[in-house]
Ligand binder design. Structure first.
Ligand SMILES: Nc1ncnc2c1ncn2[C@@H]1O[C@H](COP(=O)(O)OP(=O)(O)OP(=O)(O)O)[C@@H](O)[C@H]1O
Length: 237
């Protein structure tokens, strides 16, 4: 059974003003799906529709029963007056995490992402990359079954990207499914199992790199070339 089944017929910010149409896919256990497409194509709107945040939706996004998901937004959001530790303790309390397991896990993660020394400071005073890492730790401690991550790579330094990819790999071994929107296509090409290529609000191509190459008629092309073909070249054929 899929972790998540998405069948969006149309969705938009205002009633009867459709921004995305006909986006269908499912997310399987252990799978990493890359959501890619040009600026304004509808990636964030697709994510917001899955999260149930859009005002106008025809269709549905259904999580497997009792599956827990974590959303990691592109622009981190924190409480102004809570330190990172307090944020973590707050999430642990809300999620009713096992205290012993949580304490051990959180220290490991804070060291891994090099935030241990600033954990008693306010995340609102952190740099952009530090804030992104803090959001990642807040998601990782909850051990969800599905992650929905909006552009994780931009803003992270190379060692943080490596840590993120390592964490993603470990989570996938646990059977976790991940949807990740990104513009960093060379990394996406290396790590994703499948891709959803969104253009002008629609699914322009989807599947493995090989399937995308076939759909574009570009044998052996990189994901970047397929992306370019769909977002630019197709209109000039
Ligand atoms: N809050 C909003 N209200 C109205 N329209 C919006 C809103 N957010 C986005 N849109 C519109 O929806 C369309 C899709 O935008 P979306 O943010 O989903 O694109 P994206 O693929 O995530 O782009 P990017 O790569 O630039 O982040 C765009 O035409 C955009 O102008």
């Amino acid at each position: 059974m899929s972790l998540l089944t998405v069948d969006i017929k149309q969705a938009g910010y205002e009633k009867e003003k459709s921004v995305i149409q006909d986006i269908q896919f499912s997310l399987e256990k252990g799978e990493l799906i890359g959501l890619i497409g040009p600026n304004g194509a509808g990636k964030s709107t697709t994510i917001k529709t899955i999260l149930g945040l859009m005002g106008f939706v025809e269709g549905e996004a259904v999580f497997q029963q009792e599956e827990k998901y974590a959303y990691i937004p592109e622009r981190p959001i924190f409480y102004d007056e809570l330190t990172l530790w307090e944020h973590l303790d707050f999430v642990a309390a809300v999620e009713q995490l096992d205290q012993k397991e949580y304490q051990q896990h959180v220290v490991e993660l804070l060291h891994l992402f090099k935030l241990y020394d600033v954990a008693h400071q306010l995340p609102s005073t952190f740099s952009k990359g530090m804030q992104q890492k803090a959001m990642l730790i807040l998601a990782l401690i909850t051990k969800p079954s599905v992650y929905i991550i909006d552009e994780p790579f931009i803003g992270l330094d190379p060692s943080a990207v490596k840590m993120l990819l390592t964490s993603i790999e470990e989570e996938r071994k646990r059977g976790v499914g991940i949807i990740m929107s990104t513009h960093v296509l060379d990394t996406a090409e290396k790590v994703c199992d499948r891709f959803l290529l969104v253009n002008e609000g629609k699914l322009a191509a989807s599947g493995t790199l090989q399937e995308i190459q076939q759909q574009c008629g570009l044998e052996d092309a990189s994901l970047f070339d397929c992306f370019y073909h769909i977002s630019e070249g197709q209109n000039n054929d």
